[in-house]
Write a protein that binds this ligand. Sequence first.
Ligand code: NAD
Length: 420
Amino acid sequence: MFAAPVRENNAYEVALENFDLAANALELEDGVRAMIKYPERILSVSVPVRMDSGKIVRFEGYRVQHSTLRGPAKGGIRFHPNVTADEVKALATWMTWKCAVVNIPFGGGKGGVTCNPKALSLHELERLSRRYASAILPLIGPEKDIPAPDVYTTPQIMAWIMDTYSMNVGYPVMGVVTGKPVSLGGSLGRNEATGRGVFYTIVSSCEHLKIQLTGARVVVQGFGNAGSIAAHMLQEAGARVIAVSDTRGGIFHNSGLDIPEVIAFKDRTGSAAGFPAAEPLTPDELLALDCEILVPAALENAITELNARTVKAKVIAEAANGPVTPQADRILESNGQFVIPDILCNAGGVTVSYFEWVQDEQHLFWEAQDVYKRLERVMKTAFAECLKVHVDRKVGMRLAANMVGVGRVAEASRIRGLYP
Ligand code: NAD
């Protein structure tokens, strides 16, 4: 017998479907739905870049503002070969609900360029970043739309975008992007913010589910910025990180990997794969490991209807955006597994981006401990608010988080009087 064909997931369709579920649960009026569901602005740009060879290559780029109802649009810029208009629209939509879930005064936006940054020299990457920045210049600004790093974009790229914007207006504008180097108006604690936020939501989940964090087995798919920092903090809190992976493969050690050692190994070699004090592991084996906490921290669609039944973790903490497909979500939920949805789990990054923007606008910079304390408060409050909806309304955590986010944006829409 043949298995049923797997439905390809269009990220934007998934985003719209999740919105509808939340809007139905909230019994939102049609007029409000029409106001808040779709992107406010979609800009498609052509980015011609002179390569080191002298040849000019054209790349496609996008900037989408999904919502500015609760404040300026906020969201990262992705440089990746798979970037499409639909993906950017989906990510922008998620940003709107994410900013609302953690209750920071931003709407949602996202940008991207379809390119392979790994195949570009540093100078080509700088020219691409600056050309893209000047193409989206009409949309961005500290009071309108504030980009940040996302997959394969870095603090250095944010510095080039800030510089391009500042050259155009004629004075330095720190608050036009976040995720900048600290020497250029970046915030202390921004680099580790997403991983730290993931950690706080896992701690809250374990308290709720009465799982002992000390000794709990943790598996991390995607040992990059978010994944490695969450792994490190979990290990420091007494958990046992038994496996991690990146694009080159996975590693496993039943009594726990030494995370600082793995980070140092990855810094030296470019990958966690091949770490000497561990066994190699395939991507499927990693997801199916017996563990209490699984952290998908790579890209979208890591857990699908094909592998969801093999996942044994009690808690799935979505450090990545959209790592669990809707079909897989239903399987995990019916198995009683607790999913911390992306718009809550990885919101630490945008929260500290907000702190960075506040510091830039005030020209007054905070100490790292202030950033951590405020971040912990924001994440734990947001978690408690989503958990309350999850418990009171007997809905999954994803729907609960979407209800909190969509509900706040709907409320802003009504108060602003845009409807009817
Ligand atoms: P990153 O590039 O630092 O890390 C991603 C890691 O995933 C890399 O180590 C890469 O090798 C690995 N990877 C990619 N595909 C993989 C696969 N198929 N199997 C195993 N590993 C794989 O990126 P990041 O900043 O840590 O972001 C990771 C995810 O978190 C993304 O989905 C991003 O949108 C999301 N996120 C990041 C932030 C942030 O502030 N960094 C904020 C919110 C959400």
